[in-house]
Design a binder for this molecule. Sequence first.
Ligand code: AMP
Length: 263
Amino acid sequence: MRLILLGPPGAGKGTQAQRLVAKHGIVQLSTGDMLRAAVKAGTPVGLKVKDIMDRGDLCPDDIVVAIIADRIDQPDARNGFILDGFPRTVHQAEALERMLREKGLELDGVVELQVDEGALIRRIESRIKETLERGEALRKDDDPEVLKTRLDAYRRQTAPLIEYYREKGQLRAVDGMRPIDEVTAAINWIFSKPSTKPASLRKTQGKATIPVTAAKPKVKAKPAPKKTKPAAQTRRAKGARKPAAGKAAKSSKKTAKRKAGRR
Ligand code: AMP
């Protein structure tokens, strides 16, 4: 399984990625983590990107693309991977596509965790309040202003990616505001039964948000009811006569009367 998780900071990508890793035996490839490790280890790449990362800017595409290309070749990624934090721009997405094609690999899909940004901000505000009430120290990222800036960056840099993958028919949107287990179930459902997608989803070509309720086993086991062909159509297909119905019924009654009259 090879997939991309898209979503703003705080959408729960990390949590969902960990669950997918555990369930499918794949690896989570987070460019942010890899770049931070490179900075910490003082590698040539780390030295190049340190200042850029400190400013919160995006690192050069060629560096991140090379890191991912190299990582995908590692034996532990053979089973599949979840890309988290990459691609971040359409340019990176195009590079990824070329890279995968050259390696003879295909993406299984792109999951967009849709969240209500206002709710994310309210969530962080109440977490700060609770932390302070407990007399504990705040986490570095417990700052609504920082979150707003990151959300803004996500909207500017990554939103075009959503359209990019939607146009390719690869985007699957999931309601990220639902409880964690339901979101996980929805993602698993997407990748376990691609052929029994709900009819509504097929019609909208990935524009719809997959209702997390669709992930419940009850729904999973019950694919959308097949539009059953009217019996008439089936019989006609076999060369049988059209059964009487509506106008046709009246006319066949008339015919019967005429026939009876003739007798
Ligand atoms: P993250 O942990 O995903 O928020 O990433 C932390 C930082 O790493 C970002 O602010 C960027 O400086 C850099 N970074 C991570 N992923 C990418 C990427 N795909 N393209 C460019 N820079 C990235």
